[in-house]
Design a protein around this ligand. Structure first.
Ligand SMILES: NC(=O)c1ccc[n+]([C@@H]2O[C@H](COP(=O)([O-])OP(=O)(O)OC[C@H]3O[C@@H](n4cnc5c(N)ncnc54)[C@H](OP(=O)(O)O)[C@@H]3O)[C@@H](O)[C@H]2O)c1
Length: 297
């Protein structure tokens, strides 16, 4: 029987509506809406699309969106100065600097300037450290947090399950590993130097692919009944000339024959990222206002 498709679009829509209701409560209680500042340097078309969807989602969830569009020739010093102003601005609960930044700007320095308690992308080393030591004050990167949300919705308690995470980036693979450890999974983290990856993947009750290689994970890499989370977003040539289509890091049709449940691409993990950005902004707003963040988000 074909695996169940995990509907990230529907889960993200529910979560966004829930965060919106909680944002209304927050505004009624504090007299102000949660606020997310977005910063875009230059006019990279893909980044502009991402920022537009983040801003419209922020508005739809009843939050303030403060956007700062800077020219591609902006200096690192000017960008750092803007972030320092946003750090000090009481109306701003979350700060998101869209990556990648133009050449000549040190992204690590820019991220290090963000107040960790406003770092809703969860990329600051303080938040990486908080996540690693299990500190609940951590703001966790949105994509792995979205993956965990889907896994818990699908499987409930994850304790004792063997999870294999393919990919060790700071924004997906490593935080995913920490989150799964926090759920008491036994976690194997794999990467480009891992030997006999198919055999390791076949041991996974939970298989997370965050690689960036179209359909690398084949059907015979999947343990029967496993839950497969495909983080990859890869644009490949479509069936008609000049057209393209999106595929994940997992060969969906093959893996679906073996897995128990699987996220499709598109419509799986992708929509969860913005939902979790709103969630992180709401949580940051509560903490900054001295309120306990809502539970179960
Ligand atoms: N919203 C979303 O849904 C969302 C968000 C973020 C990313 N993504 C997608 O997720 C994918 C991964 O993103 P990322 O930022 O984590 O990418 P990344 O920084 O390029 O990291 C890729 C990881 O995959 C590993 N890798 C590369 N080739 C491999 C191979 N042949 N076998 C095993 N491992 C291999 C690399 O290993 P080494 O460390 O050894 O080089 C690295 O750890 C991309 O497709 C990206 O577009 C989606």
């Amino acid at each position: 029987m074909a695996a169940r498709l995990i509907d990230g679009k529907a889960t993200a829509a529910e979560l966004r509506a829930h965060v919106g209701r909680l944002a209304d409560f927050f505004a009624a209680h504090t007299g102000r809406k949660p606020g997310l500042a977005t910063v875009l340097v230059g006019e990279d078309p893909a980044s502009s699309v991402y920022i537009r969807s983040k801003r419209s989602a922020t508005g739809e969830a009843g939050m303030e969106s403060f956007h700062h569009q800077l020219g591609a020739d902006t200096s690192e010093a000017d960008l750092v100065a803007l972030i320092e102003r946003l750090n000090a601005d009481p109306a701003v609960d979350g700060i998101l600097v869209q990556l990648p930044l133009p050449k000549g700007i040190d992204a690590a320095r820019v991220i290090a300037t963000i107040d960790p308690d406003k770092d809703v992308d969860g990329f600051h080393v303080v938040n990486a450290g908080r996540l690693a030591v299990g500190d609940p004050a951590a703001l966790v990167p949105c994509t792995p947090l979205g993956c965990l949300h889907l896994l818990k919705a699908e499987l409930g308690d994850l304790a004792g399950l063997h999870a294999v995470v393919i990919g060790r980036s700071n924004i997906v693979g490593k935080p995913m590993t920490m989150l799964l450890l926090g759920e008491s999974c036994t976690v194997t983290i794999a990467h480009s130097r891992t030997r006999d990856l198919p055999a390791i993947a076949r041991e996974a009750d939970i298989l997370v692919a965050a690689v960036g290689r179209p359909e690398m994970v084949r059907g015979d890499w999947v343990k029967p009944g496993a839950t497969v989370i495909d983080v990859g977003i890869n644009r490949v040539p479509g069936s008609e000339p000049g057209k393209t289509r999106l595929v994940g890091d997992v060969a969906l049709a093959e893996a679906r024959e073996i897995a128990g449940a699987i996220t499709p691409v598109p419509g799986g993990v992708g929509p969860m990222t913005i939902a979790m950005l709103l969630r992180n902004t709401l949580v940051a707003a509560h903490r900054r206002a001295g309120l306990a963040p809502p539970e179960g988000l």
